[in-house]
Design a protein around this ligand. Sequence first.
Ligand code: DX5
Ligand code: ZN
Length: 217
Amino acid sequence: PACPLIAPSLLKCDFGNLESEIARLEDANARTLHWDVMDGHFVPNLSYGAMVIERLRERTELLFDAHLMITDPARWVDDYLRAGCDWVTIHIEACPDPLPVFRKIRDAGKMAGIALNPETPVKSLQACVGECDLVLVMSVHPGFGGQKFIASSTDKIKEVRELFGSDTLISVDGGIGPKTISQVSAAGAEVFVAGSSIFDQPCYESAIREMEELAAG
Ligand code: DX5
Ligand code: ZN
């Protein structure tokens, strides 16, 4: 894509200094934050919820991209809209009928996303075509940062592009870094969620810039 969007994932960040981490990301020219919400039920890890996101909403203008790795997202989506999330992505595995949730998110003027895990076939998103704004292709099994990129994700991105056409944003999430970003970009991804490839680096700005350049091709 002409202007690839790197989305730093808040899971591998220093949670003891969340506000200053976000300030560091702003100084590193990040344009968005990927909030990895985990409920300890849909995934075997617990991170944070709408209450935390709402407090940080008051401290930054960055675009909030919420990735809800939670059971029964329909029950909680209002909380994330109220917290000020701009994009709200739910998992197809946790919400067999996502259309009403997409409508609620879009009625709030925000962007609705659907995420699918590595083992979930693309055809399971058939009913979502034309009903959501973003597809999040998981290239690791959700729950933790720092995992290895699953190679079959690249072809899966191509399949998503074929099914959804060019009007739907494709985001890829998990194990994305300088060694993997070029192939997923060439396959059609436009948003690149990055955790370890940013937070494990000494300089966030050069990590982000390097990946933007690689993704732009
Ligand atoms: C995993 C999360 C990802 C993860 C990315 O469940 O959805 O956003 O934190 O971290 P890395 O980039 O280190 O794989
Ligand atoms: Zn994520």
